[in-house]
Design a protein around this ligand. Structure first.
Ligand SMILES: [Zn+2]
Length: 328
């Protein structure tokens, strides 16, 4: 690879906001620009705005496009990384959008799509505390639950770019029916949505908690964030719910450890912002249930990257050689 090509551009394409960043080989963000996604507009207009953001960060940084290895785009939904298309993304209202080809034509550099959880895994792998490991799993616990799996130094995408649906492994074959068609999925027990709905359920049953008073007796205002914050303040119901979520996460992580024998599991996502009880309980379960040799080999840590995971992971796809250098 041409050594003059020292930079990559990462795009985090979300339902409300687009972030574009120019990133060097060490994961430093040189310039960053944001815009509202405005999904009510046609996909072509949104892609035009993404292109303008790319041009902005190039102009602001004074870096010529000839020094860019490629543009990476992290997005939710179903993507096709062969054709660089978004097949379906409900948060964008997109179906069959050839975003990669359009941007490639505008800038004349490679464009590569990656899904959100995989981008976060690549960010940890390329630039995070797990840099240099060949066996890393990133788990996100937010509205839903997902994972990006790197095994033997390779991102596991599956034949249809859909691998890593950690939220939809079944923990109870007779459990509640999940949106995916399976029963008793992890996501039904450990996720932002599950935490909020279990809190409301308990409050409806008359369980005492500061949650109700703190939210003006309005159940609809209770989200996972309220539960997490109340748990941090010592609310017994919220603490119990966080531990319960941690129990199921621990059972799920035990399955992952047994399947992949990872060296590092990095956990992120909105729920983990107040997730210390949840994480502690998950670690207890892993200690109790995992094959001890494999549990001992797996370091479980919270992400240190945070909101920049999308752009860093999208750009990080273009820095494989640095990873190999670290691995040697
Ligand atoms: Zn499911």
């Amino acid at each position: 690879m041409n050594q003059d090509k020292s930079y990559a551009i990462g795009i985090d394409l979300g339902g409300t906001k687009i972030i574009a960043a120019i990133v060097d080989q060490h994961g430093n963000i040189l310039r960053q620009a944001n815009a509202a996604t405005q999904t009510e507009e046609a996909a072509a207009a949104v892609i035009g705005r993404i292109g303008d953001l790319v041009q902005n960060v190039l102009d602001d940084s004074g870096i010529n496009i000839s020094r860019i290895r490629g543009i990476g785009i992290a997005t939710a939904g179903i993507i096709d990384t062969q054709r660089q298309m978004v097949i379906f993304a409900s948060n964008l209202n997109w179906s069959d959008v050839p975003i990669g080809g359009i941007l490639q034509e505008r800038f004349g550099v490679a464009v590569q799509l990656i899904n959100d959880a995989n981008a976060a895994a690549v960010a940890e792998w390329a630039f995070g505390s797990a840099r240099g490991t060949k066996d890393l799993i990133y788990v996100t616990v937010s509205t839903g639950v997902g994972a990006g799996i790197i095994s033997g130094g390779r991102l596991i995408t599956g034949v249809g770019d859909s691998a890593g649906e950690f939220g939809h492994i079944s923990l109870d074959p007779e459990g509640p029916l999940c949106v995916c068609g399976n029963r008793g999925c992890l996501e039904n027990y450990t996720s932002g949505l599950a935490l909020a709905s279990r809190a409301r359920e308990q409050l409806l049953h008359g369980v005492t908690s500061s949650l109700l008073v703190d939210n003006g007796n309005d159940l609809s205002r209770i989200t996972a964030r309220e539960v997490g914050e109340a748990a941090d303040r010592g609310d017994i119901l919220s603490m119990t719910l966080m531990k319960e979520a941690g129990y199921y996460l621990g059972v799920g992580l035990t399955n992952l450890i047994h399947l992949f024998n990872p060296q590092v599991i990095v956990i992120g996502g909105g729920v983990m912002k107040n997730g210390h009880l949840l994480l502690a309980e998950a670690k207890n379960v892993i200690r109790e249930r995992s094959i001890s040799r494999m549990a001992n080999q797996a370091s479980i840590q919270l992400t240190t990257i945070g909101a920049e995971a999308g752009v860093l992971g999208a750009a990080g796809m273009y820095y494989p050689s640095e990873r190999e250098m670290v691995e040697v």
